[in-house]
Structure formats: C-alpha cells, structure tokens
Design a protein around this ligand. Structure first.
Ligand SMILES: NC(=O)c1ccc[n+]([C@@H]2O[C@H](COP(=O)([O-])OP(=O)(O)OC[C@H]3O[C@@H](n4cnc5c(N)ncnc54)[C@H](OP(=O)(O)O)[C@@H]3O)[C@@H](O)[C@H]2O)c1
Length: 332
C-alpha cells in the first residue's frame, strides 16, 4: 500500500480506502462483509469510509463489528451526516441538533470514541452555514471528531465555508468527497483547482464506476448474477452507466489494461490516483478477491500516452459538467 496526506493536513491515509455503501448491511451477508474488511486490513488499507445513512445505519454497525479489536490508532475511520436517519423533521440535514445527535449515533454504532474525519454528506440549503461549521468545530474541540470534510459540495460552497471558518477561527475543511472516475470528471474544472489552492484533498468515490469500469457488464447482455446491477438496492444507483454506448467504450479499454499487465479495476483506480489532488480512492467490494485485486493499483504510474489513449477511447461519453455537483434544494 502507498499513503498520502489528506490535503494539507497532517493526517495520512491509505491511497486506496475501503467503503461499505450498498454492501454492508444490505447486498452482502455479515460474513462476507467481515472477510472484505479483513482482506483490506491484510492488504495494508488503513482508511475506512462509511455513512450513517448507509443501509439505514446498519452499515456503520457492521463496520464497527468488523473492525473490533483492531488497534484504533492504526485506523482512519470516516463517516458522514446529512441524509435522513429517522422519520423526524430533525433527523436530517446539518443543523446543530441533527449533527450533534448524529455523531453520537455514529460513534455508538462504530464502537469508537472519535471518528478521524466527519463529512457533511451534502450541502444543507436550509441551515445557516455558520451554524453547521460552528457545530463541527465544537465536535473537534470535544475530541469526537478529528478532521472535517464535505461531500459533493460545489467549489463555491467550499469557498464560502473556508471564508467563514477563517473569519470565525473555526477548523477548516480538509477534504472533499466527490464522485470521480474516468467516466465522471465533473470536479476537474472548479473543485480541484480551488482545493489545490486551499490545501483540500479529494477522497473520491466510485472510482471503478460502481463496477462498470471492470468491463464485466457487456453491451446488449444481461448483467452477471450477483453483481451490483442485479442487486435490489444497487441497480438504480448504477443505472446511469448501464448504457450500451458507455459499456461498448469500456470494452475498448481492455487492451490498454492488458498492455500494462493490469486488471481493468486496477487501471480505473490507478487513473484517479494520477491526479495529485486525490488523497485516496475509496473502493467498494462485495467479496474479498475484489479487494485483493483492487489494492494492486496503489503506486501504479500511468504515462501521458496511456492517459491520452484512454481519453481517445472514451471520447464524448465522459461527463465533465461541474453543474452536475448538486445538493437537494430542500432537506430530503
Ligand atoms: N459521498 C458520497 O455521496 C458517496 C456516494 C457513493 C459512494 N461513496 C463511497 O465510496 C465507496 C465506493 O463506492 P462504490 O462502491 O460505488 O465504488 P466502486 O469501487 O466504483 O464500485 C464497487 C463495486 O464494484 C464491484 N467491484 C469492485 N471491485 C471489483 C473487481 N475487482 N472486480 C469486479 N467487480 C468489482 C463490486 O460490486 P459487485 O460485485 O456487486 O458488482 C463493488 O461493490 C462507498 O462504499 C462509499 O464509502 C460515497
């Protein structure tokens, strides 16, 4: 495994981290979830990402059990707050009330006294930004949270938060968690330049396009049994990439990967890690063999001719519009 700093912070994270969205507490049984976490630890992954909302809070519980007994100081545990975790009007968003209640629930489920990174899962248009940032800052002072990050915020939202933090003396955001892959590059024009300037690192999600960039989904054919595209919870999430034009171009990447002696998943993960503003690529896995395949992307260098070949193959199916970074207009 290779390691990078989380933005300009002192925190070091594994270049490849393990996330449990759609898998733990949902698509995969607890046994398989624990095997994936064990494989991740065995392969040198130290950074784990989850969220209170995953599997209706069950994913945090599974991760807490899977990491039980592991030396806490050897792990970086990341979670998030924003999406609904209960039926009430205050069981969501980034108000002082919900953030405070949410961190207590997350710490209990994860069986830990603190999380290394606490992330605003989306921007809350119904709460004053000062209220959110002050609450996060209080959690840092209380030792419940070590660093603060955001997820799927626009460059403008991040810039506004930094300005307030600097004026008020609050802890600054150190990370941004956007979707980023060969297929989805919407952060490149605005979020990344601002982040480079401000010392914010990207912890990117779905670097393998939810499995699509492995090339296992063939155009015009049924998805393989047991894959995310056949999962009750996952199929709607992966649908945006399950188009024949996308799947056809992805098949054309196979010679690029094989010329380099890489699997398709490794090529996809290595691709996001070429961006030096990326601190870590969060990979998901439904079985331990996938984790063992994926970690081999750590430290892989892709030269300019390879990057150019990938761009030529994918052409206009790549999404680059920064306006695709959106949070709900009102609380969900
Ligand atoms: N902040 C946010 O809003 C947000 C949103 C989404 C995700 N995330 C974070 O990012 C993490 C990763 O997201 P993701 O799961 O979509 O990432 P991903 O790594 O792009 O996709 C993971 C899925 O692809 C398939 N796969 C992975 N490696 C494979 C391999 N070597 N061979 C074949 N198939 C393979 C597996 O699904 P199957 O085996 O089922 O096909 C696996 O569950 C999440 O767990 C979460 O922590 C954050």
């Amino acid at each position: 495994m290779e390691f990078r700093h989380l933005g300009h912070s002192g925190l070091i994270v594994s270049e490849i981290s393990y996330g449990n969205w759609l898998t733990h507490g949902s698509q995969v049984e607890e046994d398989a979830a624990k095997q994936c976490v064990a494989a991740a630890l065995d392969e040198g992954i130290t950074t784990f990402d989850t969220a209170d909302v995953y599997a209706g809070t069950k994913a945090e519980e599974v991760l807490g059990r899977a990491l039980k007994g592991v030396r806490r100081e050897s792990l970086e545990i990341f979670t998030k707050v924003f999406w609904p975790t209960g039926p009430g009007k205050n069981d969501r968003g980034l108000s002082r009330k919900h953030i405070t209640e949410a961190i207590h629930g997350s710490l209990r489920r994860l069986q830990t006294d603190y999380v290394d990174l606490y992330q605003a899962h989306r921007f809350d248009n119904e709460t004053p930004l000062e209220e959110t940032l002050k609450t996060f800052d209080d959690l840092v002072r209380q030792g419940k949270v070590l660093y603060i990050g955001v997820s799927e915020w626009t460059a403008d939202q991040i810039a506004r938060a930094l300005k307030i933090a600097d004026e008020m003396g609050f802890d600054r955001i150190v990370s941004s968690q956007p979707q980023y892959s060969m297929l989805w590059r919407v952060i490149e024009s605005e979020v990344v330049p601002l982040s480079e300037k401000e010392g914010i690192g990207q912890i990117v999600w779905s670097p393998i396009g939810q499995g699509v960039l492995t090339g296992k989904y063939l155009p015009g054919q049924q998805p393989p049994e047991g894959s995310r595209a056949t999962d009750k919870g996952g199929s709607a999430m992966i649908a945006r990439f399950m188009r024949d034009d996308v799947l056809t171009r992805v098949q054309e990447l196979k010679p690029v990967a094989s010329d380099l002696g890489l699997s398709m998943a490794q090529l996809a993960i290595a691709w996001v890690l070429q961006n030096q503003n990326v601190s870590s690529a969060i990979v998901g896995a439904s079985r331990p063999e996938q984790v063992r395949d994926n970690v081999k992307a750590a430290g892989v260098k892709l030269d300019e001719s390879v990057m150019g070949r990938i761009d030529e193959i994918l052409g206009d199916i790549v999404e680059r519009d920064p306006a695709k970074t959106v949070s709900p207009a009102t609380r969900p």
